[in-house]
Design a protein around this ligand. Structure first.
Ligand code: ADP
Ligand code: MG
Length: 309
C-alpha cells in the first residue's frame, strides 16, 4: 500500500531548521490496521501529513502504491488524495454552518456530483455510522463522538483505499473512544487500510501493529518494547521463547551453549553501555548470535523501571 524509505523532513524556523523526521523507514501492507505512537512533538502529525500528501518532505522516498510521491503539483496531489485517501482529525474539521448531511456530501460536491445524488449517497454513509436521524443537524448540535462519526462518513464517501486518522479519539472520553475504534475496526474489516496516530495505548492495542516514533525516528520493535515497561515483560517472554525454540531446533547442547555464550557476551557488553547504547549493542550482538541473544538483552536490561513512559 505504502512505503517510506529514509524520509527526512525539516521545518525552517527563522534562521535555523528543525529536523523533524529522521530517516523514517516503514511500510504498510494493503489492508493493514496500523497505529503510530509517540510523545507529543515526536513528528506524528508531520508524518501523517506527508503520507496524506498534505505536506512534502526533503529527502528519501514515499511510495503510495506504485507511485513515487515527491514534489507533486498541487493538482496531482489533490487528485491522489481524492482518489485514495480519507482523513479523520482530532478536531473533526467539519464545516460549522453545514448540516451533517452536507458535511458528508462535501467530497462529492468537489467531484461534481449533483446535489440530489450526493445527498442520497451521503444519507447512506450517515446511516452506516449510526447517524441516520441526524442528517439535518449542525455540528454544534452534536456530541464529539457524533461529530467524529460525521467526519468518518465524510472520509469514507469517496471510497478511499487508505484512511489516515490523526488522534481521532484525542478529544473524546474513553467510552466514546472505544465506539470510534469499533467503527475504525469495522472499516478495516471492509478491506480499507487504516493508519491511526494516537497517544492512547488502548487505541493502539486495537490495531494490528504499532509503529513508534521518538524524536522523529522510528524505534525498532525491540527498542520500542524496552522503552515501555509493560511491553518489556512481553518482549522478555518472547525472547525466552525464541531462545527455547532455537535450542529445540539446534537439538544439541553445543548450539545451546553457543547461544548461552553469545547471550552472556551481549549481556556483558550491554552492562557497560548506558541505557540507549545498550539496546543498540545488543542489536548488533543479536545479529551475530542470531535469535538467542535477544534474551541476553532482555536480561541485561529487564524492565528498565526508569525508562521513559
Ligand atoms: P506530533 O504530532 O507528534 O505532536 P508534530 O509532527 O506536530 O508532532 O511536530 C513535530 C515537531 O515539529 C514539533 O517540534 C513541532 O513543534 C514542529 N513543527 C510542526 N509543524 C511545524 C511547522 N509548520 N513549522 C515549524 N515547526 C513545526
Ligand atoms: Mg500531532
Amino acid at each position: 500500500m505504502l512505503r517510506l524509505e529514509k524520509v527526512n523532513k525539516y521545518y525552517r524556523v527563522g534562521t535555523h531548521s528543525l529536523h523533524v523526521l529522521r530517516d523514517v523507514d516503514f511500510h504498510v501492507a494493503d489492508g493493514e490496521f496500523v497505529s503510530i505512537m509517540g510523545a507529543s512533538g515526536s513528528g506524528k502529525s508531520t508524518l501523517l501529513n506527508i503520507l496524506g500528501i498534505l505536506d512534502d518532505y526533503d529527502a528519501g522516498e514515499y511510495w503510495l502504491g506504485d507511485t513515487l510521491i515527491r514534489s507533486l503539483s498541487e493538482r496531482r496531489a489533490a487528485d491522489y488524495r481524492n482518489r485514495f485517501i480519507g482523513f479523520v482529525f482530532q478536531s473533526f474539521n467539519l464545516l460549522p454552518f453545514k448540516t451533517a448531511l452536507e458535511n458528508v456530501a462535501l467530497p462529492l460536491y468537489y467531484q461534481g456530483v449533483t446535489r440530489r445524488k450526493r445527498n442520497q449517497i451521503a444519507a447512506q454513509y450517515l446511516e452506516r455510522v449510526g447517524l441516520r436521524d441526524w442528517s439535518e443537524h449542525l455540528p454544534s448540535e452534536m456530541s464529539g463522538g457524533q461529530k467524529q462519526r460525521v467526519a468518518i462518513a465524510r472520509a469514507l464517501i469517496s471510497k478511499p483505499r487508505l484512511i489516515l486518522a490523526d488522534e481521532p479519539t484525542g478529544a473524546l472520553d474513553s467510552e466514546t473512544s472505544k465506539q470510534i475504534m469499533d467503527l475504525m475496526t469495522e472499516i478495516h474489516r471492509t478491506g480499507i487500510t487504516v493508519l491511526v496516530v494516537t497517544h492512547d495505548p488502548e487505541v493502539a492495542a486495537r490495531t494490528q501493529r504499532t509503529i513508534r516514533l521518538r524524536d522523529g525516528k522510528v524505534l525498532g520493535e525491540h527498542e520500542a518494547s524496552l522503552s515501555n515497561p509493560r511491553m518489556a515483560v512481553v518482549s522478555e517472554a518472547a525472547a525466552a521463547k525464541a531462545l527455547e525454540r532455537a535450542a529445540d531446533k539446534a537439538g544439541d547442547k553445543g548450539a545451546d551453549r553457543a547461544a548461552d555464550r553469545a547471550a552472556d557476551k551481549a549481556a556483558d557488553k550491554a552492562d557497560k553501555a548506558d541505557k540507549a547504547e545498550k539496546a543498540d549493542k545488543a542489536d548488533k550482538a543479536e545479529k551475530l548470535a542470531d535469535k538467542p541473544a535477544g534474551a541476553a538483552r532482555a536480561e541485561a536490561d529487564p524492565v528498565s523501571p526508569g525508562a521513559e513512559p
